[in-house]
Design a protein around this ligand. Structure first.
Ligand code: NAD
Length: 459
């Protein structure tokens, strides 16, 4: 633990040396990071495959490719993003030139989860560095190979006083949280999110919490059911169902439920074959503890497809559950695995009864060609973000902010929003000296009416 304090002290000194304020320096390191990641491309695929049999294409799409696109974006735009921004002046402060200065917070702590262990470690690190901070990353202890590779990459590119990965479990995270940080960025579960928020509150440290929840997926009777089933099956079983924004459960209109279920079963079989355990395209559950947690959800559940469990190989088949009760195990917690419960609705009241049973979700998906219905859903429910007629893909557009609301998290990132997250916007007015209206100065006698009129006129 002594070494942790030592690294943190060296990062504080490095930040205070003002070296990270140089945009040219940031760019040199970000370009070096990009080159190092490119040189490790195959090693990244191999590490993810060793950790939970993640297929290469899924690793490209959701880890390597997204990290590279964030790096390219930030390298292209950093000079523009970090420049003081001239803002229109207010007539009430006339004469003046007004600006927003982009100030790094200082020493940042990033704590990452295991489910996208490369992307969710690197994306916040990249944006924290781009914004001019130092970073300590605590990657997940559950993805040994990927976390080691992430650590090696950071060690090769950065001096430890600038960016460092400290591996370890909850004890190491707890030790890190006793320190005073200038910003904490956490991705993980709701329960640990609350621990992070408490630790941050002690020092009034600003914090981003990227959490989870039960994300609903509504399917009405106006859509192409086969297309809906294809997209939903892809998004649900991608990464073995271990995606924070995966559709957690379906709410389908009763009159199309049977047809929809047939399409879903067909699509799952088309993707992964008759025995998904033999498919190289279907990942494993991360460890035994999670396999048992998910298996427990299947006990006494009305399984209508899949349901095979092989605990010794951390395998759970893509599984459909028909109409579980809202009180059942599978509907009580975020599933975070390849199980898809199908609930039905007749009226909007039924949808409401189901959705309001849970905390505000991280995502919500609506499959419908009925514009009125879509707008009703989008405007009625609070959720982090979502897609109409598809799933997951809002994560991939860096022009959209990504984050939760309520119990699914606080704060946003991706693209420029990520840079802004790690940046304090410092309001600066540079006052002109060539005139100095005397209205604000004492004696105030007789000035109130004129000031009132000015306020009314200019506001
Ligand atoms: P987790 O909360 O168990 O662990 C996340 C990180 O916190 C790990 O690095 C872990 O070592 C650390 N940690 C664990 N216990 C801690 C403690 N007591 N104090 C401090 N740190 C501690 O989450 P997980 O199992 O790695 O990830 C799954 C969860 O993450 C799911 O709920 C999922 O929805 C959520 N998630 C959210 C997003 C998002 O972008 N919103 C993305 C991925 C995952």
């Amino acid at each position: 633990m002594d070494s942790i304090s030592h690294i943190i002290l060296s990062q504080k000194a490095f930040f205070n040396s003002q070296k990270t304020k140089s945009v040219a320096t940031r760019l040199i390191y970000l370009k070096a990071l990009k080159n190092e990641i490119i040189s490790k491309e195959q090693a990244i695929y191999d590490a993810l495959n060793k950790d939970f049999k993640k297929p290469e294409l899924e690793t490209f799409l959701s880890e390597y490719g997204l990290v590279m696109s964030q790096l390219n974006l930030v390298i292209k735009n950093l000079k523009k993003w970090s420049k003081p921004k001239r803002i229109k002046s207010s007539i009430l402060t006339f004469p003046s030139k007004d600006y927003i200065y982009k100030e790094p917070y200082g020493n940042v702590l990033v704590i990452a989860p295991w489910n996208y262990p490369f992307l969710l470690a690197f994306e916040p690190v990249i944006m924290a560095i781009a914004a001019g901070n130092t970073v300590i990353l605590k990657p997940s202890e559950l993805t040994k190979h990927t976390s080691q590779l992430v650590t090696d990459i950071l060690t090769t590119v950065f001096p430890e006083a600038y960016a460092k990965s400290i591996q370890g479990d909850a004890n190491v995270a707890t030790e890190l949280l006793t320190q005073k940080w200038d910003y904490i960025f956490f991705t993980g579960s709701v329960s640990v999110g609350k621990i992070i928020a408490q630790a941050a509150a002690k020092h009034l440290t600003p914090v981003t919490l990227e959490l989870g929840g039960k994300s609903p997926c509504i399917v009405d009777d106006t859509v192409n059911l086969k297309l809906a089933a294809t997209r939903i099956a892809w998004g649900k079983f991608f990464n073995g169902g271990q995606t924070c924004i995966a559709p957690d459960y379906i709410i389908v209109k009763r009159n199309v439920k049977q047809a929809f279920m047939v399409f879903l079963k067909d699509e799952i079989t088309r993707f992964y074959g008759e025995n998904p355990k033999e498919s190289v395209d279907f990942p494993r559950i991360i460890n035994t503890k999670n396999t048992l947690r998910i298996a427990n959800m299947l006990k006494d559940a009305p399984v209508v497809f899949g349901g095979t469990i092989d605990e010794t190989n951390n395998y759970i088949a893509p599984t459909l559950i028909d109409e579980p009760s809202l009180e059942s195990e599978v509907m009580n917690n975020e599933i975070f695995g390849p199980i898809l419960p199908i609930l039905t609705y007749d009226t909007e009241k039924d949808i409401d009864r189901i959705i309001t049973n849970f905390e505000k979700p991280l995502a919500l998906y609506t499959f419908s060609n009925n514009k009125t219905f879509v707008e009703y859903i989008l405007n009625t429910y609070s959720f982090g973000g979502g897609v109409v007629n598809d799933v997951l893909i809002h994560f991939g557009n860096h022009r959209l902010p990504f984050g939760g609301v309520g119990a699914s998290g606080m704060g946003i990132y991706h693209g420029k929003y990520g840079f802004d997250t790690f940046t304090h916007s410092k309001a600066i007015i540079k006052r002109g000296n060539w005139m100095d209206p005397s209205l604000r100065y004492p004696p105030y006698n007789g000035k109130r009416n004129l000031i009132k009129k000015l306020f009314k006129f200019f506001s």
